[in-house]
Design a protein around this ligand. Structure first.
Ligand code: URA
Ligand code: SF4
Length: 266
């Protein structure tokens, strides 16, 4: 079992800076992890942005095969949503994916974590945040007493891997928006944590610096939302882990404030 001490070390918050060298070692030996770490860099590596196929999920009816009626995304249940995403061709990202990655976790979670998009390992395994950034995310969750799958759901802005782990375009995020919105409606989380700039931009509808968005309780369609750094960014900018820790504490405080407010109402 991972101890609290290990978690703090992993977050770079203890004096155990030897963990940093361990991270660096891992980064040099693990080729897929390096691939992943370029995910949130915001650096387009391929120009594959083209005209999406004309079956946007917002168009009032993505087809959910196995279900005889065409169901609008906003009415889908989990199996229909899973199937619709698996077969979606609403943006160019479907062309190079191995599989779409809907999300993972507790479908009744209080916490919803939103990342950017699947990387190589996620595309191969069909689960979000299973690479190097995912290990850090798991440790971040663990530091605040949470675990993947238990009261937490993890999803991404786009469900298909952007080739070369480039940043998903605004059009792609928009094309995929109805799926994430449906996930939010089904889960009804009490707090959303947006990881990194792409998630923040998608949820808040504006392109601001991450620093300016931290430590504020935002709102997404009536659900409180906080913003922090993307774990892939933190792997490259270790000193900012301390800020991520502050953000997690802010998130926990916000969640307890929400619990307090709810108790007071009852
Ligand atoms: N980065 C993300 O934003 N999402 C993942 O699922 C993996 C890495
Ligand atoms: Fe469809 Fe989203 Fe995949 Fe684009 S990223 S093909 S909108 S599921």
């Amino acid at each position: 079992m991972t101890s609290r001490h290990d978690i703090f070390a992993e977050l770079g918050l203890s004096p155990l800076w030897l963990d940093r060298s361990r991270l660096e070692r891992q980064q040099t030996v693990a080729a897929p992890a390096q691939d992943l770490e370029s995910n949130a860099k915001g650096k387009p590596v391929e120009s594959d942005i083209g005209v999406p196929d004309d079956n946007s999920p917002q168009g009032g009816g993505a087809k959910a095969p196995g279900v005889s009626v065409v169901q609008p995304v906003e009415k889908m249940d989990w199996p229909q949503l899973r199937q619709a995403v698996a077969e979606c061709t609403a943006c160019v990202l479907y062309k190079k994916r191995r599989q779409a990655v809907l999300g993972v976790g507790d479908e009744q979670a209080d916490w919803l974590i939103i990342g950017e998009g699947p990387g190589a390992e996620e595309d191969a395994r069909g689960e979000p945040f299973v690479g190097q950034a995912g290990k850090l995310l798991d440790n971040m969750l663990s530091a605040i007493g949470l675990a993947r799958g238990s009261n937490v759901y993890i999803a991404n802005v786009v469900k298909c891997r952007p080739p070369g782990n480039r940043t998903p375009s605004l059009e792609e995020a928009e094309a995929c928006a109805a799926y994430l919105d449906r996930q939010i409606d089904l889960i009804q989380p009490r707090l959303i944590v947006a990881l990194g700039k792409v998630a923040a931009r998608r949820m808040l509808g504006r392109d601001a610096t991450l620093a300016s968005l931290r430590k504020t309780l935002h709102d997404y369609r009536g659900i409180p939302l906080v913003v922090t750094y993307h774990p892939a960014y933190l792997l490259r900018n270790l000193p900012d882990k301390a800020k991520a820790w502050e953000d997690l504490c802010f998130a926990v405080d916000s969640m307890s404030g929400l619990a307090g407010a709810q108790d007071a109402q009852q």
